[in-house]
Design a protein around this ligand. Sequence first.
Ligand code: CU
Length: 402
Amino acid sequence: MTVFLVIIVLALLAVTGWQISKIFQLSKRPDADTSEVANDKDNKLHGILNLAFLIFLYVISIYCFWEYGRFYLPEAASEHGGEYDTLMFVSIALIMVVQVFTQGLLHYFAYKYKGEKTKRALFYADNDKLEFIWTIIPVIVLAGLIIYGLFTWSDIMNINEEEDPLVIELYAYQFDWRARYSGEDNTLGKANVRFIEGVNQLGVDESDSYGQDDKIVTELHLPVNRPVLFKFRSQDVLHSAYFPFFRAQMNVVPGMITQFGFTPTITSEEMRESEYMVDKVKSVNEERNEKNKELLAQGEPTLDSYEFDYFLLCNKICGQAHYNMQMKIIVESEEDYNKWLEEQPTFGSTMAEQSEDADRPEDTAGDQPPATEGEEDAEGEDNTEQTPQETNAVAGVDNEQN
Ligand SMILES: [Cu+2]
């Protein structure tokens, strides 16, 4: 009913507008120019409006660069990142120069050659030389840009196996990440979603000896200046592994393994101390403090103060909690990295613990195994939390395949 009333009101308003315009027409002086054809005055006005619009475009562009420039990422934290940024900068600079120049000409010509009673158009059929010039220049520039881009692409995408990269699997599922380190042998054990059961969240094949020393973790630690080769696997839908600070991104596709390799060059600590990050953290915390005042007034819990960490994001809208799908990345010295990795349990030991738990008599089965402590404890809890989700996801995969 409301919709019907709204439609009637809108129709009546339209009729009113039409009637008012008719009254205006009738009330015009008889000697006024009622011709539909634009006269010199109209043309001049539109010429000037064209110039004004050009100025508006330039001003708003400069404003956007000025105001939103602070959202640019800091210096790339990976070896190939510099190359990537240069390619991006060269492409954008070229596009901007051509755009500013041609847009200016377009509006200026619309003004300069506006219609005037005394002006006559020149009949000018064609000019081979001009056509040649405006064809050959874009051809050369675009070919140059494409060839440069292809070289950069193959430089970044080709993985040099001779550098002995550290092999890490990144496993995506709705809605989180797991990392699997390949252990002493630097070879990942085989895995398949069909093997997912209990603590074996990633479906690692227990019969594959390469998998026994693999380490599955919830936080990605990387040694600085060591090439890393990531192998990506998805449990459910299409995800995308996005490392903005390292200028890397790769689709994570169910049913296949994709890969990307890079060398981190700036540790988390160094990045935190950089001028860019100090300023950024300060401004984020200022905003949070402002927000906290409001929250306190409303009696709600306040926000924690922000500290910078690298992170891995999902860059494909993969479902409801997609926005929350991220993993902390810590780039540290080789020493710290080795120390951390040492503390992580291997897949073999986790599976052994599980079967021990299952064999135990019921009254003690709920007890924590004695070896578990500190961080592992937290991870254990996390695993339990994920279990229902995991089971659903696996069921989903099975249904799909049946
Ligand atoms: Cu995702």
